[in-house]
Design a protein around this ligand. Structure first.
Ligand code: NAD
Length: 248
């Protein structure tokens, strides 16, 4: 691993514009399972079932069914602390070595660790908003947890609340910022993503056509391993990034 640490440090030092892309794998060390791993929801319940319920059509047509499943299977992240990897990325930004993070995660751990420029393309699980367009009042997890019925409603207009996360069938958030950040990078570092979820995987694929450097830090294979300048296969991402920091 020594060579990979040295090489990553050197590439970070010499890059003029480094952007980081993160997926569920960066948060497993914080205690949040990914979807595709051993304890992941796709393994336990099947990808089709999850996609059928965590879906905008299901939310619109059968909010009871949606919320019953959502409340049982999607934890609140309020009590969870960032991992060493999240803190290391915040430190890299602080030192001017990382310009932005584009994340698929909905756990808010990058922001909690102190990263400032974070584009969360799938939204945030701890926020909710009223679906009445003329109201759109925001709510936190505490309000939803203490709501007496399965489907939480707005205290002002009584319309249904929606989690501020991107459901299957919905467009991503921060699209232009994410594309702009990734396409303008001179070094892209992907951490903890199998790169199978679109459109982000497509952004990374397009980046690879520009012949710039790509580092992938992931346990197991990803869809873009063939294009990586450096592939680091580890699930001790926090340790790895801390050792990189020590060499900068
Ligand atoms: P994924 O499940 O497709 O891939 C995660 C990858 O991370 C896997 O290849 C896994 O082997 C690897 N991994 C696991 N632990 C690791 C570690 N400690 N270090 C390095 N690699 C590790 O995840 P994805 O590509 O992000 O896509 C799943 C979707 O699920 C995303 O869209 C995301 O929005 C959502 N999701 C979010 C969270 C979260 O917010 N924490 C958690 C689960 C799923």
């Amino acid at each position: 691993m020594y060579k990979e640490i040295e090489r990553t440090a050197l590439m970070l030092k010499t890059s003029r514009n480094t952007v980081v892309v993160t997926g569920a794998g960066i948060s497993t060390e914080a205690g949040i399972p990914d979807f595709r791993g051993e304890n992941g929801i796709y393994r336990r319940l099947g990808e089709d079932k999850v996609m059928e319920i965590i879906n905008k059509d299901c939310f619109n047509s059968n909010p009871d069914h949606f919320y019953l499943f959502y409340r049982q299977n999607f934890q609140s992240y309020a009590e969870i602390q960032p991992s060493h990897a999240h803190f290391a990325l915040a430190e890299l930004e602080e030192r001017g070595l990382v310009k932005a993070i584009v994340t698929q995660n909905i756990d808010g751990l990058h922001q909690k660790a102190g990263s400032r420029r974070v584009y969360s393309i799938h939204g945030s699980a701890d926020r909710y908003y009223c679906t009445n367009r003329s109201c759109q009042q925001g709510y936190d997890q505490e309000y939803v947890d203490s709501y007496p019925l399965t489907v939480p409603c707005c205290e002002t207009c009584d319309a249904i609340l929606k989690p501020d996360v991107v459901l299957f069938g919905e467009p991503i958030k921060n699209y232009y910022d994410a594309v702009h950040a990734i396409s303008g990078a001179h070094l892209l570092v992907v951490i903890g993503s199998s790169l199978t979820v679109y459109p982000l995987a497509g952004f990374v694929r397009d980046y690879c056509n520009s012949n710039q450097d790509l580092i992938i830090i992931n346990k197991g294979r990803t869809e873009m391993d063939y294009a990586a300048t450096l592939k680091v296969d580890t699930n001790r991402t926090g340790d790895f990034l801390n050792q990189v920091l020590d060499r900068l």
